[in-house]
Every structure is written in C-alpha cells, then in structure tokens.
Design a protein around this ligand. Sequence first.
Ligand code: SAM
Ligand code: SF4
Length: 330
Amino acid sequence: MQPLMDQYGRVATDLRVSLTDRCNLRCTYCMPAEGLDWLPTDQQLSDDEVVRLIGVAVGRLGVQEIRFTGGEPLVRRGLVDIVRRVRDLDADVEMSITTNALGLAKTAASLAEAGLNRVNVSLDTVRRETFHEVTRRDRLDDVVEGLAAAEAAGLGPVKVNAVLLRGVNDDHAPELLAWCIERGYQLRFIEQMPLDAQHGWSRDEMVTADEILASLSTAFALTPASEPRGSAPAELFTVDGGPATVGVIASVTRPFCGDCDRVRLTADGQVRNCLFARTESDLRVALRAGASDDELAERWLTAMRGKAAGHGIDDPTFLQPDRPMSAIGG
Ligand code: SAM
Ligand code: SF4
C-alpha cells in the first residue's frame, strides 16, 4: 500500500468520485439555466471502469472513504450496482453520496441495502418559492421526501449542505437550522466558491462565515464544538448547549487547505488533486490502453505529488478552474 502523499506531506484518504456531469436542477450558483455541454457518453467512464479505479484507490493507495457526487449522482443509472460492487471490494470503506435528493425517496432503501453508509443532501431553503428561485425547479417536496426516506433507510447521520446567496436566502439560516434540528439532520453551511459555470462569483457578494454565524446567533446560542476538527472541512458549533450541532465550511474566508485529505476523480476519468487545480491527470486513456493496476496507481501517485499548497483564491493571480463544480464533482 502506498499512500497518496503530496510534497507537503498531506495524505489523501478521501476520494470524491463524480459519476456524471449532468443534473436535473439548475442551481444558480452552479449552472446556467440552459445547462451545459454534457460529456459525450464515450468519454464517460463505464461502471466497470469506475469500479476498477476505485479498486486501485482502495486496494493500493490507502483510500478509506468514497463520496459519490456529480452533477447529480442519482441520475447515473448504474449507481446502486456501483455501490454494491465497491462494497464487495471492501467491507470497511466508508461510502456516501452528495445529492440533491430528487428521486432519493425511491432509491434510498436499495442504496442502503447495497452498502451505502450515508447521504449528504443539498438544501438551501425550506421556502418553496425561494427553492424554486435558487434551483430553477419547483421540487422542494421531492427533496423533503428524499431526506425522510434516507433517514428511514438508515443512511444517517443525514447531513444537509446549504449555500447562502445575498438577497435570496441569506436571511433563512435560522429557519433552516430549526427545521433540520427538528428532524435530526446535521446542517452545514458552505461559503459560495468561484466554481460556477457562468463565472458570476464575486468576493464582495458572497455571504461569509462571519455573516452566517452572526445570523444564526440571532436565534441560537452557538459554542465551538470541543472535539478536534482534524481534516474535516466543517467548523462545528454546538447549538443551544447541544446535542445538536451546526457546521460552517468556510473554504474562502477560513481556508483549510493545510489539512486537506481529499482527491477527486471526474466522470471522464481525470484525477484532480484539488477542486481548484488547473491541471488534471488522465487515467481513462491509460486504462483503455490496457494499463495494469500498478501503472494506474503510479500515475495517481504522480498526480498527487503536484498538489498545490492552497487554493489561492485571495491571490490576485487566482484563476478559476476551466471546469465548473458540476463537472469536477463537488
Ligand atoms: N448535485 C449534487 C448536490 O447538489 O448535492 C452533488 C453535486 S453539487 C456540485 C455538490 C455540492 O456543491 C452541493 O452541496 C452544492 O450546493 C455545492 N456547490 C455547487 N456550486 C457551488 C459553489 N459555487 N460554491 C459552493 N458550493 C457549491
Ligand atoms: Fe445540480 Fe448539485 Fe449543481 Fe444544483 S449544485 S445544479 S443540484 S450539481
């Protein structure tokens, strides 16, 4: 076993696998209304190829956690089968999905039975009209049903991810937290990042961690959680003395790159050593040319060595990656 170590000594043990760049929502901070030019099918890894590369990561490179994402992972037809095959490869690897939960009500039980451990559901507001405005689809009920089904199927602790947008839902934070606490979901707010396809992000417009915490503090007493954070991106706070907690993932204003343990595999088989990397390492071509597992592992190790120390969003020379979040795998 050779760990995926970079030149700064960080070891990646958490692999985010994008299963598709397609999505059935159009969140304004992620995609334009008309969608994007989706990957041609022949460039997308097949189910066999995805499972093979995960096998290399888990079997040879010390990866301990797999998160399926996208685009929307639930639109990938082979998802349940991929989960089952990865579980067959390794009984202990922690497996979760990040999803918008459309259709989760139907698949949660099969996913749990196939060996999925947990879900992270994206939900930015519980007000129907605002949900429609942010996602450009009137599908709040599906998300609420999906969340309940995930909890009932044992895919907990269910985590909810929310992005706040100034003038849209930035005053909904306390309401969303109360809603999540009532249902036993763990809410985390994510600072908006410069990863939208439209390049519409601006530092002045984004809602900062300080603002999120100030807004929550109007309704709840927050205290920094006592357990060590480690490589977890969320800073955790105990709500009203606990046991409920709320998290803030402040990638922009309080970066945590020094503790990063993540690596990404895109739906077309590129290793990305950072969300904000401007280069990728192609495993698909090598895999289709007949590379052995050892050769694939070697390429992966090389890709990790070049990981930058930090994302550099505050650097005046910062350039947004060419691919948006939905194509990288959030
Ligand atoms: N479709 C799935 C979903 O929405 O959960 C998975 C993919 S989505 C790209 C993964 C996460 O990235 C979601 O929680 C979403 O809110 C977040 N996200 C998308 N664009 C973002 C941005 N520009 N800044 C911060 N988070 C973003
Ligand atoms: Fe789709 Fe997720 Fe992007 Fe929303 S954030 S458009 S659900 S990929």
